[in-house]
Design a protein around this ligand. Structure first.
Ligand SMILES: NC(=O)c1ccc[n+]([C@@H]2O[C@H](COP(=O)([O-])OP(=O)(O)OC[C@H]3O[C@@H](n4cnc5c(N)ncnc54)[C@H](OP(=O)(O)O)[C@@H]3O)[C@@H](O)[C@H]2O)c1
Length: 280
């Protein structure tokens, strides 16, 4: 495993397992499989409704809690100091843990300054080892980091070969905020798994399209959290530390960037209205 040291000195694995859209009933089995494969970073969220499954799998694994790196996120409906504070306690309970390794604001909507204050408090109390944000584009990231005491350690944003976030990553670097990718496999969109360029590069190393795309993000210094409910795919996505992409490979993959989201843009009014609805 490779690790990155965050702006507060905490060591974070560069590769983890994400559980978005993993059915709550199946989550414990999936995380148990992922742990057996070797994953120690698990990325969940209040909004995924599967924190309990993550907590159960970790509790039953027989592996020390200190070996894991648990990430969860405060949802929009819990925005604001009081609600966020209560929701952090609830997440700790569901995850069956005394501390969360990394706590993120899931979306830059609602009273997220209040949320952040509750997160800073939890951080000072030792209930959280690092705090950060998700889906904060440079405008919101710069503003937030300027007005808080504990600077965000991580920003988790959509980031894959088709949306490479070049400018956003530069700003994260400038403000010592570690980039973390969601949707590293683009959830298979845009013909991802049959992309000819990724396939041709993979053939040279005996690696799959998924492995090439994950390795690309890793070599850019981005933390990745691919999701799969299939154990053989979990294994495949984990097996990316025994090869390296050349400069020429990297240059070819740079060209796949469309500069656009494959999902939604957080500054698009229709998207914001959708989030307002989901946040109710
Ligand atoms: N902060 C946010 O707003 C946000 C938003 C989205 C996601 N996330 C986080 O990021 C994680 C990853 O993103 P994601 O789940 O959206 O998408 P993803 O990891 O890019 O793609 C997952 C999809 O790819 C398939 N897949 C996985 N490995 C494969 C392989 N080796 N070969 C072929 N197919 C494969 C999975 O199918 P099967 O499961 O059927 O194998 C699933 O359909 C999430 O789980 C979540 O933790 C965060």
């Amino acid at each position: 495993m490779e690790y990155v040291t965050l702006n507060n000195g905490v060591k974070m694995p560069m590769l983890g397992y994400g559980v978005y859209q993993v059915n709550p009933a199946e989550c414990e089995r999936c995380v148990a499989d992922a742990i057996r494969v070797g994953y120690r970073l698990i990325d969940t969220a209040q909004a995924y409704h599967n924190e309990e499954g993550v907590g159960n799998a970790i509790a039953k694994s027989g592996i020390a809690r200190s070996e894991f790196f648990l990430v969860t996120k405060v949802w929009i409906s819990n925005a604001g100091y009081e609600k966020a504070k209560a929701s952090i306690e609830e997440s700790l309970k569901k995850l069956q843990t005394k501390y969360i390794d990394l706590l993120l604001i899931h979306q830059p909507f609602g009273d997220y300054y209040g949320t952040y204050r509750a997160m800073e408090e939890a951080y000072r109390e030792g209930k959280v080892r690092a705090i950060g944000v998700s889906n904060f584009y440079p405008d919101r990231l710069i503003d937030l980091q300027e007005h808080v005491d504990v600077k965000p350690a991580v920003n988790q944003v959509e980031n894959h070969v088709f949306f490479q976030q070049t400018e956003a990553r530069e700003y994260m670097r400038k403000y010592h905020c570690q980039p973390m990718s969601w949707g590293p496999l683009a959830e298979g969109r845009n013909g991802f798994f049959t992309n000819e360029i990724l396939k041709a590069i993979g053939d040279k190393y005996g690696k799959s399209v998924a492995q090439v795309a994950l390795r690309y993000l890793l070599q850019q210094g981005t933390v990745i959290i691919p999701k799969s409910v299939h154990v053989e795919r979990m294994q495949q996505n984990f097996d990316i530390f025994d090869f390296a992409l050349s400069e020429d490979d990297m240059a070819q993959i740079v060209k796949l960037d469309t500069g656009k989201s494959l999902f939604f843009h957080h500054a698009d009014p229709a998207t914001v209205e959708l989030f307002m609805m989901w946040g109710k």
